[in-house]
Design a protein around this ligand. Sequence first.
Ligand code: HMG
Ligand code: MG
Length: 299
Amino acid sequence: ALPTSIKLFEMAPRDGLQNEPGTLVPTTTKIELIERLAKAGLTHIEAASFVSPKWVPQMGDATDVMNGITRQPGVVYSALTPNLKGLEGALAAGVEEVAVFGAASEAFSQKNINCSIAESLKRFEPVLERANEAGVRVRGYVSCVLGCPYEGDISPAKVAEVANALFEMGCYEISLGDTIGVGTPLAAKRMIEATRQQVPIEYLAAHFHDTYGMALANLYAVLEEGVSVIDAATAGLGGCPYAKGASGNVATEDVLYLIEGLGIHTGIDLQAVIDTGYWITNKLGRRPSSKVALAKGAG
Ligand code: HMG
Ligand code: MG
């Protein structure tokens, strides 16, 4: 059955901008983006990434971004932290929620975080312990849940195993990433069916990229399974620098249109999100990839 309420997790400032080629997006633009998204009614915003600036220079200003935003009450501004060094940076910047990120593919784990899946899980343990002490919640990502750019098909059992390991370690929610957007609805459904045997459905989130234009169809398939947390990026921004060919996340505008059409109310102002998408893509020299944004136009 479809869920009766949905939590949207906004990815544009992090997943959306981490892969942006060319000149770095100014810190002030990132701060304004985050503030606009919060004003539009988004209550969960992944704002930055405390990763190595040698690996992802686009996120090198994470501390300045986190310190620069004017926080709205009721809004959670989170950040990626791949290791203790990242977590210490995030804590110093007052982050109230962080995320560790692993993968269901060995090859992708090596390319993205320079270690095996088993090593990554070992590395996350002290991150969770330290975050716990600091009273900071930890989300867990699993990448390549519907396919890997290096290994091809990934078995649902492997996704379930890694999701379970993160959940057992104390991650409060497990976000399942179709990193390169190759999934189709039946595969998405089977992946959820396997994973929910290990982690209850209410703790699972769908993080789908739209490379092949399947993200909305895949989302609908997993909503029918009862998934009620969706990651999306305004204007369909995004991609992972270590997943060649990966394009943006499913667009927040398109997800909002879909779920409002299902009668699920979010309290998020669709037109304000659309306007924010036009504003940020204008800064980046392009247009939103959201079909809903293109159809409705800037307000
Ligand atoms: P490494 O080179 O193995 O790390 O990288 P290391 O511990 O050997 O350290 C090497 C250098 O990096 C040292 O500096 C460290 O201090 C520094 P040096 O001594 O050479 O000057 N360093 C750091 N600096 C700042 N912050 C840190 C940090 N850690 C080490 N946290 C590491 C390992 C994990 C750090 C690296 O591989 C990395 O940063 N990877 C991040 C890759 C990334 O951000 N990918 C995109 C996000 S994941 C994603 O997009 C998928 C997702 O959206 C879901 C989906 O779509 O599937 C979440
Ligand atoms: Mg992603």
